[in-house]
Design a protein around this ligand. Structure first.
Ligand SMILES: C[S@@+](CC[C@H](N)C(=O)[O-])C[C@H]1O[C@@H](n2cnc3c(N)ncnc32)[C@H](O)[C@@H]1O
Ligand code: SF4
Length: 473
């Protein structure tokens, strides 16, 4: 190939990557595929029908057998400065009663659908699930056990905040079947907690909870910490990490703060400076180094998650990535995936909860090719075994994505042999940019219209996303 032609191809590829960076700057951290922006309203009956199709396919061995339930609880004690999730401060105990009733009603939509199909994971996420009281928890769990069959090795993960959890609640959770908790500590520095509107969190109580969980019989304890937080510094971050490590939790996540436009931090006009970004990278890198040196291993399926032993990761997160498995979700803002049928979201974003709430489903249909895209997008930093891919989807990855893979091969971004394929990607930022290479072209074309912005080919979008997504990890 002549030099001129090579230069032209290189230039075209750079332009294309800049376009992918533009899309990544719109979608930010969210690497949900297919993108939620293209969803349309779907009825409860369509959702139930989709699940009947998926359950049938699982029973016939035509869809991954891993199957999860996800329950989203939107309430929190206060709203943290750094939090981008759909979560808000609880205003009265009555809201929890109404929430519980609404969730149970929603679970009842699926009566009989899963009679012969077992779930292997349940995950309570939020928001703050531990804000629920004994009565709510007992009712939700007894409905779950009445309506859905579970495997013998069922993993139930429950996210707890320090202020709403004590030994007695942990004991109750254990009795109800919870065998893995995630404790959101984020920081052990009182000043950082204050800056981030987590004044209620008490450092000593937070640390004691790790032992309380063990005493209560919870098998697996995961701790969430954050790096790059507003008001923090490298010394205080490392001190906190070491204090937590001394308590030997089974797993530690270091979540780098992403100042997306859904956070209060961004909404009140705070700027995340170059200096902050450098500190975030340094904290993430040093934290990783310290954990690996101490014998923690990188966790499967989790970004910057580290575990001390096998089998302590969130199994549902692993299943979602490794098998593109199905999960049935309940609660506002929750996403569900019915393999081969539909991805849908409960797009109810109300905050009042003063009367029973019906889910407002929006979805996008899925076929096998879309499942393949979904799988590649979430496995870009992993080795994909071609035989496993074929077993999951009935077709070879290279045959199905010939053009996409050839381009990456030209630029030395992929390794392919008879058995496996892996993409030469080093950072999360590269992952989120290159993921767009596997999006359905119609989604890429339509994105600017959805967000009502134009792609400006003279603008450097790589700079734009560095603020949102750390470039070093
Ligand atoms: C959905 S939150 C639930 C946490 C729990 N409610 C608590 O007490 O903090 C799950 C995790 O997301 C992480 N997180 C929250 N905001 C984040 C942000 N802006 N960037 C990166 N990670 C974030 C935190 O580490 C948190 O533990
Ligand atoms: S980080 Fe946790 S406690 Fe804070 S607002 Fe988000 S979900 Fe609620």
């Amino acid at each position: 190939m002549s030099q001129n032609l090579k230069d032209l191809r290189q230039q075209r590829w750079r332009h294309r990557l800049n376009f992918y960076a533009f899309i990544a700057s719109l979608l930010g951290e969210g690497d949900v595929y297919p993108p939620t922006e293209f969803a349309h309203p779907v009825s409860k009956d369509q959702v139930v029908k989709a699940w009947k199709g998926t359950a049938d396919a699982i029973n016939k061995g035509q869809a991954p057998k891993q199957l999860g339930i996800f329950i989203f609880v939107p309430f929190c004690r206060t709203k943290c400065l750094f939090c981008p999730y759909f979560s808000f401060a609880l205003s009265s105990g009555k809201q929890l009663d109404i929430y519980t009733r609404s969730i149970i009603d929603e679970m009842n939509f699926f009566q009989g659908v899963f009679n012969h199909t077992e779930f292997n994971t349940v995950w309570f996420g939020g928001g703050t699930p531990s804000i629920l009281e004994k009565d709510h928890l007992t009712r939700i769990f007894s409905t779950l056990y009445d309506l859905f069959p579970f495997t013998r090795d069922l993993q139930i993960t429950f996210e707890c905040s320090c202020s709403s959890t004590d030994y007695y609640k942990l004991k109750l959770l254990h009795q109800l079947g919870v065998n893995r908790i995630t404790l959101g500590i984020q920081s052990l520095n009182d000043r950082v907690l204050k800056v981030n509107n987590r004044l209620y969190q008490n450092r000593k109580e937070s640390m004691n909870l790790i032992n309380d969980a063990r005493k209560a019989g919870i098998e697996i304890v995961n701790i969430d910490l954050m790096c790059g937080l507003p008001g923090d510094n490298l010394r205080s971050f490392l001190k906190g990490l070491k204090e937590i490590m001394a308590l030997e939790p089974d797993m530690i996540h270091i979540n780098p703060f992403f100042p997306s436009d859904e956070t209060h931090f961004d909404q009140i006009g705070r700027e995340y400076s170059e200096k902050d970004m450098k500190r975030r990278s340094r904290e993430a890198n040093l934290g990783t180094e310290i954990l690996l040196k101490a014998g923690y291993k990188r966790a499967d399926g989790a970004f910057l998650g580290f575990c001390r032993r096998e089998g302590v990761c969130n199994q549902q997160e692993i299943d979602r990535v490794k098998y593109t498995s199905s999960y049935l979700s309940f609660g506002p803002s929750a996403e569900s995936h019915a393999f081969g049928q539909m991805d849908y979201t409960n797009a109810y974003f109300g905050k009042k909860w003063n009367k029973p709430v019906l889910p407002r489903y929006i979805g996008r249909e899925l076929d096998v090719k879309e499942e393949m895209r979904k799988h590649i997008v979430s496995n870009l930093r992993k080795v994909i075994v071609r035989k496993d891919f074929k077993n999951l989807f009935g077709g070879d990855i290279v045959d199905n994505f010939k053009e996409e893979i050839e381009i990456l091969n030209d630029f030395n971004l992929v390794h392919i042999d008879q058995e496996k394929i892996f993409f030469k990607i080093k950072t999360r930022q590269e992952q989120l940019i290159l993921a767009k290479h596997f999006f359905k072209p119609a989604y890429l074309k339509g994105m600017a219209t959805k967000f009502k912005v134009r792609f400006n080919k003279n603008k450097n979008y790589f700079k734009e996303i560095t603020k949102l997504i750390d470039s070093s990890v």
